[in-house]
Design a protein around this ligand. Structure first.
Ligand code: FES
Length: 180
């Protein structure tokens, strides 16, 4: 029996110092246990990658920026912030979600005579309430804590620590585009 095991070890190319898993039950157990551990690790790693991506991707996926149509240039009055709603579609798992974002477009005559448009976020820089344009006062007002901005988004009074965020905007023919 021992000579058979030794013969098998020699046929497997093992030297006398190396244990033969086939001949040594403890070694065979260790060998099988190592294989099972490796398989478990591979399965666990694969599951972690698949589940991690499905859980994290909706929130952490980098949303692609794109130019969105914001309305015709002819709808804008010079130097008067006009609120427009932009719709941004995004994938959330198998569903498509449409986010709405209100921005103010402010048209002004450029130095060369061509119209220029600035896009301002409507989100107050204090705690995120939505500001609105008061045509009589000619100011953008925040309803939450009395923040006041001028038509360019600069803070006039109140707690907002910074001007309204500016978004990139451009004119394409008669259409105003905003980058989100
Ligand atoms: S959220 Fe606008 S002033 Fe506080």
């Amino acid at each position: 029996m021992a000579s058979t095991a030794r013969g098998r070890a020699e046929m497997n190319g093992m030297g006398q110092g190396e244990p033969d898993p086939a001949a040594d039950p403890a070694g065979r157990r260790r060998f099988l246990s190592g294989i099972i551990t490796t398989i478990h690790a591979a399965i666990g790693g694969t599951l972690a990658v698949v589940l991690g991506r499905s859980i994290l991707s909706p929130g952490f996926a980098r949303r692609e920026e794109s130019w969105l149509p914001a309305g015709p240039l002819s709808d804008l009055v010079d130097n008067e912030p006009t609120a427009v709603t932009l719709r941004v579609a995004r994938e959330d798992g198998y569903a498509q979600i449409v986010d709405r974002q209100v921005v103010f477009l402010v048209k002004s005559p450029g130095t060369s005579g061509e119209a220029q448009v600035v896009a301002l976020s409507s989100e107050c820089t204090h705690l995120g309430c939505r500001v609105s344009w008061d045509a009589e006062r000619e100011e953008l007002l925040c309803p939450c804590h009395g923040g006041v901005f001028d038509r360019t988004g600069t803070v006039k009074t109140g707690p907002p620590p910074a001007p309204l965020a500016r978004l990139r905007a451009r004119i394409d023919g008669e259409q105003v585009l905003v980058r989100l």
